[in-house]
Design a protein around this ligand. Structure first.
Ligand SMILES: [Zn+2]
Length: 455
């Protein structure tokens, strides 16, 4: 049984000194007890906190960074950004997809994300024909996560029609579109190759109510046998989407979803940006996780989520790097709080009385993330997987800080250079800021960028 000594550790809600974690073969925490470095196989001398789950990523969008800043004659908007994203998505081969995802997963680990929900919609060949293996592109993501060493909740996306079922998928969406039956085949093919892997979980991802008619959503949910699996959906990202939904379905998207489906803690509501008061209250009470991606939501001009009201209503939340323009745990949490400060004119808005803001945000996002990913992560305790992150207490901004202040210093003053080492299932994947395969993967990533942009 492997044993890891931690000099300072956040166990559940408590900071503890001189602790030894005993791990099972699969890297789950079997015991947490007082101990010393001599009792252990490996030692962590910085401050140890749970690794952060990333609840929303489209890894391939990393290659778009810097490519969508030109303003044309028309207004730049989410929708003009989406056109550029589609042009990119339609050029990527399976091999390129794997290289990009491997690179992005390594960057996530360096930033403190130890598990990732990949919202994956590029299923078919560029001309729209399915690959011989319906899970061809999905398998590239699984291989990439295994290579990087990050845990993955794979979310093959169900994309059926456009504009609330009024029109067929656009030609630019031909790689994404599936019938319900084709979609279930993709899920089956994924499940078949991930059955005995401890770092993989499969979930369902209806793209949005725009792209999946309610009747087909019901069909897929009834047909899929794993009733506990995560279900993620883009719910209310853009105002035009809300208006389109009211015109087509007679209700706002979340209002409609809550009325027709049993939304519970297995659901992740991604970009729940534009909610009415009653939607917010009802969704928070359902214990569905709000999947928040503040840097992407800012980049795309989506709007600001009402986090303070959501927390007051008892809602759960988690964070995602989404478009991966920024890959930073600290920055997502910082912007979440800063948005709340700018809106309220107050400080330390997203926390409870007597608790520091950084600690509160970190713990709540980690807990919500574990729930949304359907994995035993987000806390360091018996039964959880040993996904750990060591903050470098020798960093100038972390010197002589109390443990809670270490988290606040990192989130509000720091970045990934404060992260020393990272473990997934008890295996060290980032060692003093470096990933073993980083140099090799960087060269492959450079080749892909040349292929995509020099052609
Ligand atoms: Zn998304």
């Amino acid at each position: 049984m492997r044993r890891i000594y931690c000099k300072k550790l956040l166990q559940g809600n408590l900071w503890r000194d001189d602790v030894v974690l005993s791990l099972t073969q699969q890297g789950l925490i079997r015991q947490v007890e007082k101990g010393s470095a001599q009792d252990a196989d490996e030692c962590i001398y910085g401050t140890t906190v749970p690794g952060m789950p990333n609840v929303h990523s489209h890894a391939f969008q990393r290659v778009l960074v810097g490519g969508t800043g030109l303003r044309g004659n028309d207004q730049s908007s989410f929708w003009s950004w989406r056109d550029a994203m589609y042009r990119c998505a339609n050029r990527i081969s399976p091999e390129q997809y794997s290289v990009i995802a491997s690179w992005v997963f390594i960057q996530m680990l360096k930033a403190g994300f130890t598990s990732c929900a990949e919202f994956h919609y590029i299923h078919h060949q560029p001309d729209g024909k399915p690959y011989t293996n319906p899970a061809e592109m999905s398998e590239q993501l699984m291989a990439a996560s295994a290579l990087g060493g990050i845990a993955l909740t794979l979310l093959p996306v169900f994309y059926h029609t456009a504009d609330f079922g009024k029109v067929g998928a656009d030609p630019a969406q031909r790689r994404f579109a599936n019938t319900a039956q084709q979609y279930l085949q993709i899920l089956d093919a994924c499940q078949a190759v991930m059955s005995d892997q401890t770092l993989l979980r499969l979930g369902l991802a209806p793209h949005s109510l725009r792209a999946v008619p309610g009747q087909l959503l019901g069909e897929v949910l009834r047909a899929w046998p794993d009733k506990q699996c995560p279900v993620h959906i883009h719910i209310a990202e853009q105002r035009a989407e809300i208006e389109g939904c009211i015109a087509s379905l007679g209700a706002r998207p979340l209002e409609w979803l809550l009325r027709h489906f049993s939304v519970d803690q297995h659901w992740c509501l991604v970009h729940a940006t534009h909610l009415s008061e009653s939607e917010l209250q009802e969704a928070a009470a359902s214990q569905a996780v709000a999947g928040l991606c503040p840097t992407t939501e800012a980049d795309l001009g989506d709007g600001v989520f009402e986090t303070a009201a959501w927390l007051k209503a008892g809602g759960q939340f988690a964070i995602g790097s989404d478009s991966n323009v920024r890959i930073s745990v600290a920055e997502e949490l910082r912007l979440l709080e800063y948005n709340a400060r700018l809106g309220s004119g107050q400080r330390n808005v997203l926390t409870a009385a007597g608790q520091t803001c950084g600690r509160f945000l970190y713990q709540r996002a980690a807990k919500g993330g574990g729930s949304a990913l359907g994995q035993a992560v987000g806390s360091i305790d018996v039964g959880y997987r040993a996904d750990l992150l060591e903050l470098d207490t020798q960093h100038e901004l972390l010197l002589a800080r109390e443990p809670d202040s270490v988290l606040d210093s990192w989130i509000f003053g720091g970045d990934k250079t404060m992260i020393n080492s990272v473990w997934v299932a008890g295996r060290r994947v980032i060692d003093r800021g470096h990933h073993m395969l980083e140099e090799k993967q960087r060269k492959l990533f450079a080749n892909v960028m040349a292929e995509l942009y020099s052609a």
